[in-house]
Design a protein around this ligand. Sequence first.
Ligand SMILES: [Zn+2]
Length: 141
Amino acid sequence: MSGYRLSKRSLKELDGVHPILAFAVMQAIAITKQDFMVFDGLRTPEEQAKLVAKGSSKTNNSCHLYGLAVDLVAFVDGKPSWEERYYAGIRAAMQEIISRYDLPIEWGYAKWGWDMPHWQITTLEGRDAREVYDIRKIRGR
Ligand SMILES: [Zn+2]
């Protein structure tokens, strides 16, 4: 056991996130050697557009809009850190859980060569996951 727990803020960010991804995050925090927070989960199109405008994201059709992505940011000395050296521990914990339960989750950095905090479900039932799961439709808005 890691001794780390998700904060209330992190748990709130998991609201609307696909249960497979939320499950992986909750399992990973229990075994990780590097503390982390759920910095971002579900996003509105307005939030996404702002991130694209400032260059933090490169797409307007992000998995974050559907509840299919989370950003796990290292938590160091009481605050979030994007320093790369903290991300090996988070990655190890997520990969361990993904392998253990054979979960369809991908790491942003492995996929694109950037975006270390980003984890997403790309494919479900052999299709683009965004065609299968959209929390906005599930919630009727
Ligand atoms: Zn992300």
